[in-house]
Design a protein around this ligand. Structure first.
Ligand SMILES: C[S@@+](CC[C@H](N)C(=O)[O-])C[C@H]1O[C@@H](n2cnc3c(N)ncnc32)[C@H](O)[C@@H]1O
Length: 200
């Protein structure tokens, strides 16, 4: 099956241009903030946030001292927004690029997922898991949140279930944590999984 071709850079840029960005939480969400805090002292780990949007996770990490943080998005507007909010953020860490064309040169230590997986046409889910695996070094981590719910409106966002997602990630990852999030933002409470997967 081919992915829905209308969910391209033009579509996403238009959503930003007209302010239809209901996914945008305006700051790093509590589950990811807590995860970042327990990482401890910043080091030179190479971190990628794909489908980053305005990338509040990158802002948080960069301001906390993590300097090897890269963000990727097909839409230019949210990357400019990050640049404006965080003028010191290295321009060459802003990748206006399709996630599926990114290369592991060098491989990443950590990938951060926040409402990117649910924005993709579901036929791309196996390819998403495979691409995450390609980008991470063995032992590297994919951390983030996945919706564990269905949506009544046609997507994006596209929903799904833990059982479904397991099948995509199991070939490449060990499951360190894969359970309902306990500290979601209010509208997402009881509707998302916190995942922490280790690249085999
Ligand atoms: C629902 S938004 C989430 C943005 C951000 N992660 C957040 O939580 O605010 C999905 C984002 O993925 C980006 N996107 C969609 N398809 C992409 C692709 N193939 N490669 C990179 N970015 C993509 C969109 O431009 C959009 O910014």
């Amino acid at each position: 099956m081919q992915p829905e071709s209308h969910l391209d850079a033009t579509y996403w840029q238009q959503r930003y241009a007209i302010g239809q960005t209901g996914w945008d939480t305006g700051s790093v969400t509590p589950p990811l903030r807590e995860y970042f805090v327990q990482l401890g002292h910043p080091d030179d780990r190479r971190i990628l946030i794909p489908g980053a949007g305005r990338a509040y996770e990158a802002e948080y990490l960069y301001n906390a001292g993590w300097k090897n943080v890269l963000v990727a998005d097909v839409a230019p507007e949210p990357l400019h927004d990050l640049q404006t909010r965080v003028p010191g953020f290295p321009v060459d860490h802003l990748l206006q690029q399709d996630f599926f064309t990114l290369e592991p040169t060098p491989p990443y230590d950590l990938l951060v997922e926040q409402t990117f997986f649910c924005a993709l046409d579901p036929v791309l889910r196996p390819a998403y898991a495979q691409q995450c695996a390609l980008l991470l070094r063995p032992g590297g981590t994919l951390v983030g949140l996945l919706f564990d719910t269905t949506f009544s409106q046609p997507g994006p966002p596209f929903g799904g279930s833990a059982e479904e997602y397991r099948t995509y990630f199991a070939p490449y990852f060990d499951f360190v944590h894969f359970a309902p999030a306990t500290n979601s933002i209010t509208p997402r409470q009881g509707r998302e999984l916190f995942i922490c997967l280790r690249r085999k």
